[in-house]
Design a protein around this ligand. Structure first.
Ligand code: ADP
Ligand code: MG
Length: 357
């Protein structure tokens, strides 16, 4: 993977009337990277990708590809291609005709077109006999693969995906997530992928950007976004989380209305003391079987127990809200609702978010 800037956005703004859909976006995507943009519905993901492929104009800012401005380049002159949720295939045509469509536009000879289409069927692990099959006779997963093959037939430098799997059922989605990751590795192309599914983002991406209301909150690798989010928004968007309102003294000592800390337990000193959020993911919270089992402990009545398949969640009531504990099913506890439980966690599994509650 080349680390020099490949696709760069600087100060990108998109307004619709007096509504700002994208607010000064800066972003660098590397060549060959699988880059995913996640965010809630309405956060501006599709708007951003429409600017990148040239389906819409910027209000301000610039987009560069290999240091050359492309924001004034019309869509059909850009080396990019978009794969949508609705597949936009030609249903009355065959799989082969669909895949060859971009090659026909380029006036390639019929025998070369067919050879390339067969290659792409192989790449997408579809039987070559599908070449003559009608798209209308293909299943949802097969149509998605045909759409991918057609996108690759354009031979774009960058492939953009706008929630291509969101209309598919769970099993097929899981299969295609892995296939897309594999396809990325085999083609070496740059993939820019949009989803509102955190899990999808985590499975496939080299890096993830989290969007909120037209701005990018954080860009990093999945582990860091999960373990060291910069804000409450990112922490909560990336799955179940426990957040405690704490004050950290200049020497790192933690005080909280809910948590008791073992004496001597300290966060990294901030130098001046700060109010913020102490985060711990539910899988790092355990049942405290002895008084000094954990650096931080809290007690409260059990509010509920929820079986989530392979995992079990316990919710414990505290004066400031629920605390969630998660165990693997094999470590399930026998507890009853209302029973007072003491749970805890250790400082090395926490992350301090510098955001006033
Ligand atoms: P996402 O893809 O993250 O769900 P969008 O990029 O589609 O979000 O939309 C972001 C915001 O911009 C939304 O509030 C949406 O209503 C608004 N928006 C998008 N396109 C237009 C448009 N053509 N005219 C006016 N508002 C728009
Ligand atoms: Mg969208």
């Amino acid at each position: 993977m080349n680390s020099s800037p490949f696709l760069s956005l600087r100060g990108v703004v998109k307004s619709f009337g007096n509504f700002t859909a994208l607010d000064r976006i800066d972003l660098d995507i590397k060549e060959g990277e699988f880059f995913t943009i996640v965010g809630p519905s309405g956060s501006g993901k599709s708007t951003l990708i429409r600017l990148l492929v040239g389906m819409d104009d910027l209000t301000d800012g610039e987009i560069r590809l290999r240091d050359k401005r492309i924001d004034d380049t019309p869509a059909n002159k850009r080396p990019t291609c978009m794969v949508f949720q609705s597949l936009a295939l030609f249903p009355h045509m065959t799989v082969g005709q669909n895949i060859e469509f971009p090659l026909k536009l380029r006036k390639e000879a019929p025998d070369r077109r067919k050879a390339r289409a067969l290659e792409l069927l192989d790449l997408l692990r579809l039987p070559q006999s599908y070449y003559d099959k009608r798209v209308s006779q293909c299943s949802g997963g097969e149509k998605q693969r045909v759409a991918l093959a057609r996108a690759l037939a354009f031979d774009p430098e960058i492939l953009f995906f706008d929630e291509p799997l969101s209309a598919l059922d769970y099993r097929l989605r899981k299969t295609l997530e892995k296939e897309l990751k594999d396809l990325h590795a085999r083609t070496g192309k740059t993939f820019v992928y949009i989803t509102h599914s955190l899990e999808e983002a985590m499975v496939m991406s080299d890096r993830i950007a989290i969007m909120k209301q037209g701005r990018i909150e954080q860009i990093s690798v999945a582990d860091e976004i999960y373990g060291a989010p910069v804000s409450r928004f990112v922490a909560e968007f990336m799955g179940e989380v426990n957040l405690f309102d704490v004050t950290v003294a200049a020497d790192g000592a933690v005080s909280s209305d809910v948590l008791s800390s073992r004496s001597g337990v300290k966060l990294k000193p901030t130098g001046q003391g700060a109010r913020g959020l102490l985060m711990v993911r539910p899988e790092y919270v355990g049942f405290a079987d002895s008084a000094d089992a954990f650096d931080f402990t809290l007690s409260g009545p059990l509010h509920g127990e929820y079986a989530l398949g392979s995992r079990i969640q316990y919710e414990i009531e505290t004066p400031t809200g629920m605390v969630t504990v998660e165990k693997l099913r094999e470590d399930r506890r026998s507890v009853s609702e209302g029973e007072t439980l003491t749970v805890g966690f250790n400082v090395e599994n926490t992350h301090f978010i510098d955001e006033a509650p």
